[in-house]
Design a protein around this ligand. Structure first.
Ligand SMILES: [Zn+2]
Length: 244
């Protein structure tokens, strides 16, 4: 969790472009990708599966922006989310280099999984039943994850973990995400699931504030933008009143 907080840099969101009218998802070619620097993702959702859903900027705007441009981005995100340990990340990087086509396929599947999960979480926030096809898809991913899991010792007890024997399987990040998603969807934390009050943002988060009053994914971006809009509207109204 500390790692997530430290890495919670909102680089991509602050760079969000103008809102267009199309509905298709775009990916961003930033100077960062050409510089070969590791992207820094935001972790404000309070749960890895929510943070994964939040890898799309301006989710409800006319031009959503996908932060995951490559399988490498998926691995970077998984590492920064502390979802996958460094050793497995290294073996996945190696496997991805050996088979680029497979890594592209897995990236597409990861995006698809994200979309199913987003729809389920959104239906919960909007207090409507989820689509059966979304639940079915998440179940399918979770079943695959379970097929690659084993019981292991953990502290004084046990844990149901992914088997390292499958550590070079490119699907590993999706399996971890499916496990995290099922854990979230079947937990009490879901009752605190909220959506950012910025109408185009769409980012989700678990409201862990003491009085359950968190409105924004991030006050420093969405919150401040809304504040600036309110001030502008107030000043404009004042000017009109004076002129009138
Ligand atoms: Zn927001």
């Amino acid at each position: 969790m500390v790692v997530r907080m430290l890495l919670g840099i909102r680089r991509f969101r602050l760079e969000s472009g103008p809102k267009g009218t199309g509905s298709s998802m775009t990916t961003r070619s930033t100077p960062h990708s050409t510089e070969q620097k590791t992207r820094q993702f935001s972790f404000l959702g309070g749960d890895p599966s929510i943070d994964f859903v939040n890898t799309v900027d301006e989710m409800l705007g006319d031009s959503p922006i996908d932060q995951l441009e490559s399988y490498g981005d998926l691995l970077d995100w998984s590492e920064q989310a502390s979802l996958i340990c460094t050793d497995i990340i290294a073996s996945l990087q190696e496997a991805a280099q050996e088979c680029e086509r497979d890594s592209e396929r897995v990236l597409r599947q990861a995006r698809l999984f994200r979309s199913h999960l987003r729809d389920v979480l959104t239906s919960f926030v909007e207090d409507r039943p989820p689509e059966a096809r979304d639940l079915k898809a998440i179940t399918a991913y979770a079943r695959k994850a379970a097929a690659h899991s084993r019981l292991d010792c953990c502290g004084d007890g046990f844990a149901w973990v992914l088997d390292e024997a499958s550590g070079c399987e490119l699907d590993w990040p999706i399996w971890e995400l499916a496990r995290a998603a099922v854990a979230l969807l079947t937990s009490d934390s879901l009752n605190r699931l909220r959506r950012c009050a910025n109408e185009t943002c769409g980012w989700l988060f678990i409201d862990q504030s003491r009085n359950h009053s968190r409105r924004w994914c991030d006050m420093s971006s969405c919150g401040n933008r809304a504040k600036a809009r309110r001030n502008y509207a107030r000043q404009t109204a004042k000017r009109k009143t004076k002129q009138g």
